[in-house]
Design a protein around this ligand. Structure first.
Ligand code: EPS
Length: 385
């Protein structure tokens, strides 16, 4: 099974990651991973940090002559901003003269994190809870993504809404259906939009609303859609709660910083409809069992049903605001205005790419569980595509 871990502070020297359990024989290059890192760095509404960073991975182990060898893969991404933080984030020394952060930002990990670990300096929390960590997650997950690609499974994503600006779903649904064989094409199309929206009129409105939010010193969230196509029927299981694929996918997505809601298929809208308007009827086309609709989002009973997997994730507005909210100084116990720390206005487009990434190990593990194999050749032999 594929597992991965990340380490690294946002303003520390580097991010590191270890990916364990990759089958042998999967072709991976730094260029492949870097392309995913580049996609994550795009998006209108990012802050000054993205001008500093230009993420590139160094592959330290586990790959020989361009292919995985079954050994753990170690990855490293340098933080260019480290040059500006060496003193504040030094590994050694006592921290004398470094200002302590004592005012937690409402909505961030700051307060609970400082209480949990007993810190008198919230910087320790800020730097690890930061979404900077997702750069390494994307790098690690690219390995599983490549394995899935080699098995004919494709992942894509796009943004459905930013603040109150929504794309025209009807237009996009047709596009999703038309491209449902290889949804990475939808993701590539979304790469062409600074807000990852496939609807030009919504794109312009979203850019406007982000601009307005910046002017107001405020932030914006939104909803993105992750699609997975080419999935065989019967991945996951109904027999135990922790083997249900929808539960595992939801966990992966909700672990992305600021993601607060996950929906499989038309989950919330289905709750308002009659059953007969929800469940996807069967049909037979050229002796192939198919569905008339895909409101279930490709998963029934915790298992893939052969249709494209459709997942929606809601990201709350980023908690670091220029416009101050009431906060408390943990040192003086006085209510004061929250402090501002450089951040983004909107990171929904980036989260959409991160969403594509984090589902990859979940799917790859479900595939490995069913078909097994220590090498790509072995997997492909068992899983005829
Ligand atoms: C983040 C705050 C900002 C973002 C960062 C996530 O960083 P900084 O505090 O250095 O300005 O830019 O995202 C990244 C660095 C990244 O690579 O995505 C936060 O608080 O979560």
């Amino acid at each position: 099974m594929i597992r991965y871990f990340t380490a690294g502070e946002s303003h520390g020297k580097a991010l590191v990651g270890i990916v364990e359990g990759m089958p042998a024989g999967v072709e991976i290059s730094a260029e492949y991973i870097n392309h995913q890192l580049w996609r994550r760095q795009q998006g209108y509404g990012r802050g000054g940090r993205m001008q500093i960073e230009s993420d590139e991975v160094q592959i330290l182990s586990g790959i020989r002559f361009g292919k995985t060898i079954g050994s753990p893969v170690a990855l490293l991404i340098q933080n260019r901003d480290w040059g500006n933080w060496m003193h504040k984030m030094a590994v050694e020394g006592t921290g004398t003269g470094v200002e302590k952060i004592t005012v937690p930002r409402p909505g961030h990990a700051d307060y609970a994190g400082a209480k949990k670990y007993g810190f008198d300096d919230i910087r320790n929390v800020i730097d690890r809870s930061s979404a900077r960590e997702t750069a390494m997650r994307v790098a690690c997950c690219s390995m599983a993504r490549k394995l899935l690609e080699d098995c004919g499974i494709s992942i894509g994503s796009h943004v459905l809404s930013i603040g109150q600006v929504c794309i025209n779903r009807k237009k996009i649904d047709r596009l999703v259906l038309a491209g449902s064989k290889k949804v990475s094409k939808i993701g590539e199309k979304a790469d062409g939009s600074v807000v990852r929206m496939l609807d030009k009129s919504a794109e312009a409105k979203a850019i406007d609303v982000i601009r307005k939010s910046k002017r107001l010193g405020d932030t914006l969230g939104g909803i993105f859609e992750v699609l997975i196509s080419g999935v065989p029927t019967g991945l996951g299981s109904y027999v135990q709660y922790d083997r249900k694929l929808d539960a595992l996918l939801a966990q992966a997505l909700i672990s992305i910083q600021a993601v607060k809601g996950v929906e499989i298929g038309e989950g919330f809208a289905n709750a308002e409809r009659y059953g007969s308007d929800v469940h996807d009827e069967f049909l037979l086309k050229n002796k192939k069992i198919m569905r008339r609709t895909n409101r279930a989002g490709g998963i029934e009973g915790g298992m893939t049903n052969g249709e494209t997997i459709i997942i929606h994730a809601a990201m709350k507005p980023i908690a670091t605001l220029v416009k101050p909210l009431n906060a408390i100084d943990l040192k003086t116990k006085r209510i004061i205005k929250s402090r501002y720390e450089r951040s983004d206005v909107c990171a929904v487009p980036a989260a959409s790419v991160i969403g594509e990434s984090v589902v990859a190990p979940v799917l790859a593990n479900a595939l490995l569980e069913k078909f097994g194999g220590d090498s790509l050749r072995e997997i492909l032999k068992r899983y005829r595509i």
